[in-house]
Design a protein around this ligand. Structure first.
Ligand code: NDP
Length: 321
């Protein structure tokens, strides 16, 4: 029904897409795969750094179907290849803004406007920085949020990892490939990390775990980072620790600024689902870490991407003539 009319609209030069997918992690690629197989001719704007956070992940061991584990970037390439095989069109460009005030919706990419009936937002989340004194000057020098990207710069050096979740434990373990010593600093003595990740860090001889430690200030000289002043949050006492590299792994924040408040979010900026995977705006759907305040796994993101594509298909059937 809608298919014929859309095809004819396209034939007439009114290039209105059925669905544009914004963002390219497991949620986006899975949505793309399902939408492509549903013959919706999906167009994805993958961003300059296509693939999302898994591009920054060393080994993925908990995605079903990979008994030996798989590198994050390799898995993203495979997901992309699989979706492209069925017709997902991917452009590695960033979406600047969207206009959801009337249908068809407008998606603006480097000044170029694309029209679409439906949108799936799967932009994921980005790392949070600590914001401690001296951090800005050392960003991209001694201080990083990505061990996979920057770990090799710290061969035979002593580094810090900050955080108590899976990311911190994973990054600490990964960094032992390069660093002579890794000190994991956590602000309390209970870890959010899964037992397997925590124990892997705990049992690694190159990792020392220090609890009740927060970064108060980063220390540096003209060559770069030299360490940090750390504080015990229980009594405010301070001490210094030496390190030439530091990796902040304290969580992520959803990427939604391009939506400019047009879609309802919670207090922390996560997009809210209103009906299944549809957001507060009719025809605008969301999937993956941009929505997920709880699970944040590649497999759950992929599952939600599938749900969003199926919801889009049904919504188009019901709403687009
Ligand atoms: P989490 O939210 O799980 O953990 C963040 C950690 O950082 C917490 O321990 C938190 O402390 C600490 N923290 C937060 N803010 C500050 C601050 N200002 N100063 C000091 N410490 C702070 O984030 P992750 O990125 O680790 O994980 C996110 C999700 O991704 C999780 O669901 C995780 O399971 C998943 N993940 C899975 C992986 C895998 O399975 N391979 C790998 C990496 C992540 P506190 O505990 O006190 O709140």
């Amino acid at each position: 029904m809608f298919k014929d009319s859309i095809l004819s609209a396209k034939d007439m030069g009114d290039d209105i897409h059925d669905v544009i997918i914004i963002g390219s992690g497991p949620a986006g690629y899975t949505a793309g795969l399902y939408a492509a197989r549903a013959m919706l001719e999906p167009l994805m704007f993958a961003g300059y750094m296509s693939g999302g956070q898994l591009m920054l992940t060393s080994d993925v061991e908990n995605f079903p179907g990979y008994p030996q584990g798989i590198g994050g970037p390799e898995m993203m390439m495979e997901l992309r290849e699989q979706a492209e095989r069925f017709g997902l069109k991917v452009e590695d460009r960033n979406v600047e803004s969207v206009d959801l005030s009337e249908r068809p919706y407008k998606v603006v990419v480097e000044g170029e406007t694309f029209l679409t009936h439906a949108i799936i937002v799967s932009t994921g989340a980005e790392s949070i920085w600590l914001g401690a004194k001296g951090e800005e000057e050392q960003k991209g020098r001694g201080i990083s949020t990505c061990a996979t990207c920057d770990g090799a710069f710290f061969r035979d050096e002593e580094v810090l990892v900050i955080g108590g979740g899976d990311s911190a434990c994973e990054e600490a373990t990964f960094l032992t490939r390069f660093a002579s010593k890794v000190t994991l600093l956590h602000r309390r003595d209970v870890f959010k990390a899964s037992t397997i990740m925590y124990e892997r860090a705990l049992n690694n001889d190159k990792i020392e775990i220090k609890t009740f430690r927060q970064i108060k200030e980063w220390l540096s000289d003209e060559k770069g980072l030299t360490g940090a002043v750390i504080e015990d949050p229980r009594d405010g006492s301070t001490s210094t620790i030496a390190a030439t590299g530091a990796f902040i792994a304290i969580g992520h924040t959803p990427i939604t600024s391009f939506l400019d408040g047009q879609v309802e979010t919670d207090g922390e900026g996560y997009i809210l689902h209103k009906k299944h995977t549809m957001t507060s705006v009719e025809g605008v759907f969301a999937a993956g870490d941009v929505v997920d305040t709880r699970y944040k796994q590649a497999i759950t993101a992929a599952g939600m991407g599938c749900q969003a594509a199926m919801d889009v298909e049904k919504w188009l059937e019901d709403n687009v003539e």
